[in-house]
Write a protein that binds this ligand. Structure first.
Ligand SMILES: *Cc1c(COP(=O)(O)O)cnc(C)c1O
Length: 381
């Protein structure tokens, strides 16, 4: 079976390889062994002989994700943050890193920590301002540009193709955090990015029961060899059982993602102009500043992530989360069940996120139940 010719939906449904050749099992076995034997010539039977270096369940899951992203290699980590911090370990001492000012707060905090320790210099740019990324770049000094699109939790959109051209012009690499809405539907590597990242905890797994992160590269270069080495040394590969669960979730990623997207678009349209809602932030709305770019670089809809700016302030937004009966007041995103979160409570007073912002991760429930739930919670404010 040549996977080159197959479409992403087919690759996902079969977890790339399909039937196990040795046994005919339609679902692959899980290799839990922590160690692998050597043969009569004392050569390892497998390309790796210890679980921290790699194992068959890890490899199958990685190969499936690499194929879906159109990359040459994928590396799975025990969490999204483990993947991010490992990539940041490859930034040379004193080099310059560029990232958006609003993004996943764990990544921003880690970059600020490295800056505080004097290991990197850091410029955070405002992605809403034209030319802000270009102004942040320093030729010969910038090593890594990290972007996220759409941006969590404002869902501003960054043009990946333009960002990659600007990044490459100064000799840096572009990494894209595509966790939030894109799942495997944006394919940043095809738009010129060098590395794509997903918190696989979110859409790729999709069932809120695995913690995982993945990096996928366009080309296998020295930096990639370093990332692989660091993952082994730090001891951060995703364990086999979690790889198996992730692979199971991955099979349905497109079906889930399309349903999440369709539900989210209907909800965004319903609540746009609602008397209790100041603004709906969702790239699928024509009124959204990033709509045209999103329409160009995303497929299968605009994802299930949106935010509501509730009329009132901090208390009203927090209260809205507590009054929901179907949508669960919990963190995380990309699962089959809808979640709501008041980000300011979670990120703390130093966060640039508006006080009245409620983030919604829209799941695959019947959309009318979700709309009714938000209506009753808003009416109670
Ligand atoms: C959740 C998340 C991360 C961190 O991933 P973990 O799997 O929680 O470690 C990074 N970026 C984005 C956009 C996320 O949503």
């Amino acid at each position: 079976m040549s996977n080159e010719a197959l479409r992403p939906e087919t690759i996902a449904a079969h977890a790339l390889r399909g039937v196990d050749e040795a046994t005919g099992a339609v679902v692959p076995p899980i290799y839990l062994s922590s160690t692998y034997a050597r043969d009569e010539n004392y050569k390892p039977l497998l390309k790796e002989n210890y679980v921290r270096n790699g194992n068959p369940t890890l490899w199958q899951t990685e190969e499936a994700i690499a194929a879906l992203e159109g990359g040459t290699s994928a590396l799975l980590f025990a969490s999204g943050m483990a993947a991010i911090t490992t990539l940041l370990e490859t930034v040379p001492a004193g080099a310059h890193v560029v990232a958006p000012d609003v993004m996943y707060y764990g990544t921003r905090d880690w970059m600020k920590r490295l800056e505080g320790l004097g290991r990197i210099t850091l410029t955070l740019f405002d992605p809403r301002k034209d030319g802000a990324l270009d102004a942040a770049l320093q030729k010969g000094k910038t090593d890594l540009v990290w972007i996220e699109t759409p941006l969590n939790p404002t869902w501003d959109v960054i043009d990946i193709e333009a960002a990659s051209k600007a990044t490459h012009a100064v000799g840096a690499i572009l990494a894209v955090d595509a966790t939030a809405t894109a799942a495997v539907t944006t394919r940043p590597l095809k738009l010129g990015a060098d590395v794509v990242f997903h918190s696989a905890t979110k859409y790729l797994n999709g069932h809120s029961d695995v913690l995982a992160g993945v990096l996928v590269t366009r080309e296998e270069n020295q930096r990639w060899t370093d990332v692989r080495m660091l993952r082994t040394k730090i001891g951060a590969p995703l364990p086999p059982l979690d790889c198996f669960l992730l692979m199971r979730g991955l099979r349905t990623v497109f079906v889930r993602y399309r349903q999440c997207s369709a539900n989210a678009l209907a909800i965004a349209k319903h609540f746009e102009g609602h008397p209790k809602v100041e603004r709906v932030l969702y790239p699928g709305l024509a009124s959204h500043a990033g709509h045209a770019i999103a329409a160009r670089q995303m497929r299968d809809g605009f994802g299930g992530m949106m935010s509501l700016l509730v009329r009132g302030g901090f208390d009203d937004a927090q209260k809205l989360c507590t009054r929901l009966k179907v949508i669960v007041p919990a963190t995380s995103l990309g699962g089959v069940e809808s979640l709501a979160e008041h980000r300011k409570t979670v990120e703390g007073p130093t966060s640039p996120v508006p006080d009245n912002l409620v983030r919604l991760s829209i799941g695959i429930e019947h959309v009318d139940d979700l709309i009714a739930d938000l209506e009753q919670a808003l009416a109670s404010l």
